[in-house]
Design a protein around this ligand. Structure first.
Ligand code: GLC
Length: 866
C-alpha cells in the first residue's frame, strides 16, 4: 500500500513536471553586428541576414534553431553548399540595429535594411516586418506598428527535442501558398497539408501525397506582401497551410531547425532568389530537348533500329530512344542482355548517325549475386546501406534480392560515377535514374537502416528524401567527367537542388484526362521550385490512351521542356503513329512545331533566372486583377513557356474552351498563334480548342525565333533562314532573345556562343527595333526574315493615303516595299496544314503579317518600319 502511494505521488510529480512551460526569451544579442542571437530557456535562435551580392539590401534571413548550449550542432545541407552559404553571408554588409525607444520591455525590435525583427519575450514569439518603400530607421519607428508583417509566429515554437520533432506555427495571414515542387492538388495550396517523403507511387491519385520528389520550398503572400520559405532539411517534414486550422506550420523530424526566409518584391523575384540559393538548371544538351520515345520496354536491338526507321519513314522528328529494364541481363544494372542486344555499341553508333541518342535506365538496386561484377566490387568496398548490425540492407526489386549503394557516402558516389563508364564506353550519354526513392517491394524501407551521410551516420528519416538526388548526382558527375561534354540525366526521385543534376519526370501517371491536366500544374510547380527541365509521360504511363487523349497530350507536351512518350509493359503500342491517320498528322504537326520553335525553347532554358514554365499565378505576379483567375480551377493548368508563349491545355474531347489571358506589366494584348487574332489581356474568352488547334497565345511585344529546316528530323536539322516573329505591341515594348552554341560542349568560358537580343519601340509613324548581336559568333543563318504580326495597314499613320508600311530601313539604308516583302495574306504562319486548319477554324479573320527578308547582318543593326 505504501508502495502504491509512493507511485501515485511520483506519477503526479512527473505529470506536473511535464506541464508545458512557455519558452521565455532570456537574452537577445547582436553577434558581430551581423546576426541576432536569441536565447530562451529551451533553445536558441540565430537570425542571419544574407545577400546575393554587395548592395544595400538583403535577400534572405536564415533562421537556425538549436538546443540551448549546443549551437554547434551539426547542420548539413545537400542543397545550400557551405561555399554558397558563405558567399551569401559575406555579401551582406547591412547590420542589425537595436531600436531602443518607446516599447514595453516585453518586446525588442531590431532594424536591418527594409526589415524589422520584433521579438516578443514572454512567451517567445517573433515577427518580421517590412517597410515597403524605404529603409527602416529609428525615425520610422512610430510607423512600424503599422508596417506590413511578412511572417508572424503564431504560438512560438514547439520544441520537443527528445521526439526529434520541431514544429513552427505562423499566423495565417496569407491568401496563397504555392510551390513544394512535385505535388498534386490545386496551384494555391492554402487549406491543404503536405508531407515530404519520397515515395514510389505507381498510378498515384489526383490528390495523393507524397509523391517521388521532395522540395520543401514554398512562396506565400497576399496582396500586400510575398515571401518564400525554404526548409533546409532532408528529413521527413510536414507543411500545413491552414488545413482546417487558422495557422500555417512547418515541422521537421530533426533535432534542430533551419529555414531560409526568402525575400523579394514579387513571386518571380522570390523564385529567382531561391534559384540563387539552390542552383540553376544547367543548360542541357540540345538533343535532349527534342522528342524522346520510350516504352517498357523495346526488347531487342532490332526492335530499336526498326523503331528509329519508322520515325524516318513517318517523317516524325526524334532525338532519343529510351531503353527500359529489358535491355539488361536479368535487370542487372551495368549489363546488356547479349542475346537481345548483341552489339549495343554498333546500335548506338548507327542511331547516332541518324541523330538519335540512346538513353538507358539505371536502377539503384544491385542484385545480390556472386560473380556479378557490380555486386562484387561494391561489396568489397563496403558501399551498401546497412542494418544496425552492419550487414547489408536487402530488398526485392526488378532483379530479385538487391543491396543498395549508399549514395550519401562519397565513396559510393565515386564508385557509381566510375561504373557509369560501362555506358559511356558504348557511346551512351543519356542516363535515366529510376526507382531511386529508393523503391523496394513492400514499399517500407525499415527506419533503422544506416546511411553514411558524408561520414555522419544517420537513419532513413534523415536521408530517404535525398537518396535519389545523390544517385542522380553520382550519375551526372560521372558521365560528364568521362565524356567531357553535356550529358542527359533523368531522375524520378529528387530533393531541393535536384535541378543541378538531372531532369525530372513525374513518374507513373495514368492515361486519363485528369492526369494530363494535373501534369501541367505539377510541371509549373516544379519550375517555380527551380526545376526547369521537367516533363510527364506523354499519353499516360498506365493503361492505354484513347487516340484523342494521346494526340491532345502530344500537342500540349510539345511545349514542356522534357518531351517523352512512355508506356507501361503489356500495353498496346503507343508511338505517335498508332492512333489513326488524322491523329498522326496532328501529332506530326505539333512535334514539328516544337522543333521549329527549338531556338525559342533552347534560349528559354538558357535564360532561366526565373521559371521556364510558369503558372498564370506566377507569370502575372498576382496583381489584383489577375488574382481570382490565376487560382480558378478553370485556368490553373494554363502555363507560359519562356517569356511569353501561353498554352491552354484542354481535355481530349473538347471542341472549345475558356482561356484566361493574364495582365502583364508591359503589354495589354495577346495573339492567337494560329491566326494572329488579338485578345485584350485580363479577360477570359471562349476559343476554338479542336484537336488540330490547341489554344496557344503569344504576348504582344514578344519576338519568337523560329527555324523551318527543309526536313525536320532532329535537333541537328538546320535552316539557312532565321525567322523572327514580332508581335506588334501598342505599348511599344518588345523583347526577343536567341541564344546559340554548339549544343553539346560543357558550358564554360571557352564555349563559343552568341546571342541576339531584340528590343524595340513604336510611335504612330514608325516601329524601330534594335537587334543586338554578339560579335564573333558565327550564327548559321544567311537570311533573316521578320514577320511583323498584328501590323495592319492602318496601324501606322496613313498620312498620304498610301498603304503602310511601305518603307523599311536597315541601319538607315532605305528599302521600298515590293511584292516580296509586303503583307502576306495566305494561310497564317503557324496554322496546321491548310485543309485541316480550314475545317477546324471557327474564327473568320485571316489577319496577315508583314514580312521583310534581308541578308543576316554581320553586326548589331536597327530596323525601322514606316
Ligand atoms: C517504374 C518507372 C517506369 C518504368 C518502370 C520499369 O515504374 O517509373 O517509368 O517504365 O519502372 O522500369
Amino acid at each position: 500500500m505504501r508502495k502504491l502511494f509512493f507511485f501515485v505521488i511520483l506519477f503526479f510529480a512527473i505529470s506536473a513536471n511535464a506541464q508545458i512551460n512557455p519558452n521565455n526569451v532570456k537574452s537577445v544579442i547582436i553577434t558581430n553586428e551581423t546576426s541576432l542571437l536569441i536565447q530562451t530557456n529551451e533553445f536558441q535562435l540565430e537570425v542571419i541576414p544574407m545577400a546575393n551580392e554587395k548592395k544595400n539590401a538583403i535577400d534572405y534571413f536564415e533562421f537556425s534553431y538549436f538546443p540551448t548550449n549546443n549551437k554547434e550542432k551539426w547542420h548539413h545541407s545537400y542543397t545550400v553548399t557551405s561555399e554558397k552559404r558563405m558567399d551569401l553571408l559575406t555579401a551582406n554588409s547591412l547590420k542589425f540595429q537595436k531600436y531602443t525607444g518607446g516599447n514595453s520591455g516585453t518586446t525588442e525590435c531590431y532594424f536591418i535594411g527594409n526589415y524589422i525583427i520584433e521579438i516578443e519575450k514572454q512567451p517567445y514569439n517573433i515577427v518580421i516586418r517590412e517597410f515597403k518603400t524605404q529603409e527602416a530607421t529609428k525615425e520610422l519607428a512610430n510607423q512600424y506598428f503599422n508596417s506590413t508583417s511578412i511572417l508572424r509566429d503564431n504560438v512560438g515554437l514547439n520544441w520537443i527535442n527528445e521526439d526529434h520533432k520541431i514544429s513552427k506555427n505562423f499566423d495565417l495571414q496569407e491568401d496563397f501558398f504555392i510551390g513544394l515542387g512535385e505535388k498534386t492538388g490545386p496551384v494555391n495550396k492554402k487549406g491543404n497539408a503536405y508531407t515530404m517523403w519520397n515515395s514510389d507511387v505507381p498510378a498515384y491519385g489526383l490528390d495523393q501525397d507524397p509523391l517521388y520528389v521532395s522540395i520543401p520550398f514554398f512562396i506565400a503572400g497576399n496582396e500586400k506582401t510575398v515571401y518564400g520559405i525554404y526548409v533546409d532539411h532532408t528529413c521527413k517534414s510536414h507543411f500545413n497551410f491552414g488545413a482546417a486550422c487558422n495557422y500555417s506550420s512547418i515541422s521537421v523530424e530533426d533535432d534542430h531547425l533551419r529555414y531560409y526566409v526568402i525575400l523579394g518584391k514579387s513571386i518571380s523575384e522570390v523564385s529567382s532568389n531561391y534559384r540563387k540559393l539552390t542552383g540553376f538548371t544547367p543548360l542541357p544538351p540540345k538533343w535532349s530537348l527534342g522528342f524522346h520515345q520510350s516504352r517498357w520496354s523495346y526488347k531487342s536491338q532490332d526492335e530499336v533500329l526498326t523503331l528509329a526507321s519508322e520515325f524516318k519513314k513517318k517523317n516524325m522528328p526524334i532525338d532519343a530512344i529510351h531503353l527500359d529494364i529489358h535491355y539488361m541481363d536479368a535487370c542487372k544494372v551495368f549489363t546488356f542482355n547479349q542475346q537481345q542486344f548483341p552489339n549495343p555499341k554498333s546500335m548506338v553508333e548507327t542511331l547516332k548517325k541518324q541523330g538519335i541518342n540512346i538513353i538507358t535506365i539505371l536502377d539503384p538496386g544491385i542484385k545480390v549475386e556472386k560473380g556479378y561484377p557490380a555486386y562484387e566490387s561494391a561489396l568489397k568496398q563496403n558501399l551498401f546501406l546497412k542494418y544496425p548490425n552492419g550487414t547489408n540492407y536487402e530488398a526485392g526489386v526488378w532483379p530479385g534480392l538487391c543491396n543498395f549503394p549508399d549514395f550519401t557516402n562519397p565513396n559510393a558516389r565515386e564508385w557509381w560515377s566510375q561504373s557509369v563508364k560501362f555506358y559511356t564506353d558504348l557511346g551512351i550519354s543519356g542516363l535515366w535514374n529510376d526507382m531511386n526513392e529508393p523503391a523496394a517491394w513492400g514499399k517500407e524501407v525499415p527506419s533503422y537502416i544506416r546511411f553514411n551521410r558524408e561520414g555522419h551516420l544517420s537513419n532513413l528519416t534523415q536521408n530517404r528524401n535525398v537518396y535519389g538526388m545523390q544517385m542522380a548526382r553520382a550519375t551526372r558527375e560521372g558521365a560528364e567527367k568521362l565524356l567531357n561534354k553535356r550529358v542527359f540525366t533523368l531522375t524520378r526521385a529528387g530533393f531541393a537542388g535536384i535541378q543541378r543534376y538531372a531532369a525530372v519526370w513525374t513518374g507513373d501517371n495514368v492515361a486519363t484526362d485528369d492526369h494530363m491536366m494535373l501534369s501541367f500544374k505539377m510541371l509549373a510547380n516544379m519550375s517555380l521550385c527551380g526545376v526547369d527541365f521537367v516533363g510527364a509521360d506523354v499519353g499516360g504511363f498506365m493503361n492505354p490512351a484513347t487516340p484523342e487523349l494521346f494526340t491532345r497530350w502530344m500537342s500540349i507536351a510539345a511545349f514542356t521542356p522534357f518531351y517523352r512518350a512512355h508506356k507501361m509493359i503489356d500495353m498496346p503500342s503507343s508511338e505517335p503513329w498508332c492512333f489513326g491517320d488524322i491523329n498522326t498528322e496532328i501529332n506530326r504537326y505539333y512535334m514539328q512545331l516544337r522543333y521549329r520553335l527549338m531556338p525559342y525553347i533552347y534560349s528559354s532554358m538558357q535564360q532561366n533566372e526565373t521559371p521556364v514554365v510558369q503558372s498564370i499565378a506566377n507569370f502575372s505576379n498576382l496583381s489584383t486583377a489577375n488574382y481570382v483567375n490565376a487560382f480558378s480551377d478553370k485556368f490553373e493548368s494554363q502555363f507560359v513557356l519562356g517569356k511569353g508563349l501561353l498554352i491552354a491545355p484542354v481535355r481530349s474531347n473538347a471542341k472549345s474552351t475558356e482561356v484566361y489571358l493574364p495582365q502583364t506589366s508591359n503589354s495589354t494584348t495577346w495573339y492567337s498563334i494560329y491566326n494572329d487574332e488579338q485578345y485584350e489581356s485580363n479577360k477570359s474568352y471562349f476559343v476554338n480548342a479542336s484537336m488540330a488547334q490547341l489554344p496557344i497565345f503569344v504576348k504582344a511585344g514578344m519576338v519568337l525565333p523560329e527555324i523551318i529546316p527543309q526536313k525536320i528530323e532532329n535537333t541537328e536539322s538546320k535552316s539557312d533562314t532565321l525567322n523572327l516573329h514580332v508581335y506588334y505591341n501598342q505599348s511599344g515594348f518588345y523583347e526577343g532573345y536567341l541564344y546559340e552554341d554548339d549544343g553539346i560542349s560543357l558550358k564554360n568560358k571557352d564555349l563559343p556562343s552568341g546571342t541576339i537580343r531584340i528590343s524595340g519601340n513604336s510611335t504612330k509613324q514608325e516601329i524601330a527595333f534594335q537587334i543586338e548581336k554578339t560579335s564573333g559568333f558565327n550564327f548559321p543563318y544567311k537570311t533573316i526574315q521578320f514577320f511583323i504580326h498584328g501590323l495592319t495597314e492602318s496601324t501606322l499613320n496613313n498620312v498620304d493615303d498610301m498603304p503602310k508600311p511601305r518603307t523599311f530601313e536597315v541601319n538607315k539604308q532605305l528599302f521600298i516595299a515590293n511584292s516580296a516583302n509586303v503583307f502576306e495574306t495566305k494561310i497564317p504562319h503557324f496554322a496546321l496544314k491548310q485543309d485541316l486548319y480550314k475545317v477546324e477554324r471557327i474564327h473568320k479573320t485571316t489577319q496577315s503579317y508583314f514580312k521583310f527578308t534581308c541578308a543576316m547582318p554581320q553586326e548589331s543593326f536597327t530596323l525601322k518600319i514606316k
